[in-house]
Design a binder for this molecule. Structure first.
Ligand SMILES: O=P(O)(O)OC[C@H]1O[C@H](O[C@H]2O[C@H](CO)[C@@H](O)[C@H](O)[C@H]2O)[C@H](O)[C@@H](O)[C@@H]1O
Length: 260
């Protein structure tokens, strides 16, 4: 069911495919605070089943750290790119690889916290990334954005400000979901498959562009404006229904592309 006259819902994948999943706003409904999201057993079971069906070609591509993701989805543990690709876990039971030494932005976080001085603003410290969440205090989003933009000038070169979902994040330039997807596609579990990426946010746009370049399937959840994605689904519930249908589809087998 198309959510916009311009963006159709994605068809169920044909042939071998690989699945890349954003988390917040795609698999999980947004909550007032990052720790307040709820992962149900049904979602864990769906992801585990998809992972088995795809012979491991499934990875989270998220702005959360991999430690935070493991904590949310435990006992389920999947391949993942965390912190927008600054961290990778390429094999499900493998180590987490982190890029470079994080710049110390703790002092900056303290300053911004003091300046905003509002209990409803949550400053999430993610090592090299700082997220300012204003979901519970939307009137402070503009001020928070000004503060991180001013802070840019005092950080080492190579940082940028990204508007998030009800907040703003300060992050290194190399933090990009598209690069993380490319990295996974070089892995044997993924290579030769068609990438499918579901995301809902500004930070997912770069992932959509890369997936489009690879002739993959880009799906924006609940689009609110222009997007590079070629498909859309109306919300989290619709995304989960689509994933469930893809999990039960026999299109790959009937196309004779996957050994039975
Ligand atoms: O790339 P994602 O998996 O979508 O992660 C993006 C950010 O998600 C989290 O923040 C967002 O979700 C929170 C829970 O719904 C919400 O309270 C917040 O307003 C959203 O911005 C997470 O806390 C961030 O670290 C991620 O970067």
């Amino acid at each position: 069911m198309p959510v916009s006259p311009n963006l159709p819902a994605p068809a169920l994948p044909q042939g071998p495919w690989a699945l890349f999943l954003d988390i917040d706003g795609t698999l999980l409904e947004h909550a007032a605070h990052p720790d307040a999201v709820v992962v149900g057993d049904e979602l864990r079971a769906l992801l585990a089943s998809l992972e088995a069906r795809l012979d491991g070609a499934l990875a989270f591509i998220t702005g959360r750290s991999i430690a935070a993701v493991d904590n949310l989805f435990q006992p389920l543990r999947l391949r993942a790119a965390g912190l927008y690709g600054l961290e990778h876990r390429l094999a499900r039971d493998g180590p987490v690889e982190a890029a470079g030494e994080p710049a110390d932005i703790a002092a900056l976080a303290q300053e911004i916290e003091a300046e905003l001085d509002n209990a409803d603003v949550y400053i999430e410290r993610k090592g090299p990334i700082l997220a300012i969440h204003t979901r519970a205090a939307p009137h402070l989003l503009r001020r928070a954005t000004q503060l991180v933009e001013q802070a840019l000038g005092r950080l080492p070169a190579g940082y940028r400000v990204l508007a998030g979902n009800a907040g703003v994040e300060l992050m290194p330039l190399e933090a990009a979901k598209g690069a993380a997807i490319r990295r996974f596609m070089e892995e044997s579990a993924f290579s030769g498959r068609r990438p499918v990426f579901l995301g809902d946010d500004t930070s997912d746009e770069n992932g959509f562009e890369v997936v489009n370049e690879m002739d993959g399937v880009s799906v924006r959840i609940k689009p609110r404006g222009p997007t590079a994605a070629r498909h859309a689904l109306a919300g989290v519930e619709e995304a989960l229904v689509w994933l469930d249908a893809a999990n039960h589809s026999n299109a790959e087998k009937s196309a004779g592309l996957v050994a039975t």
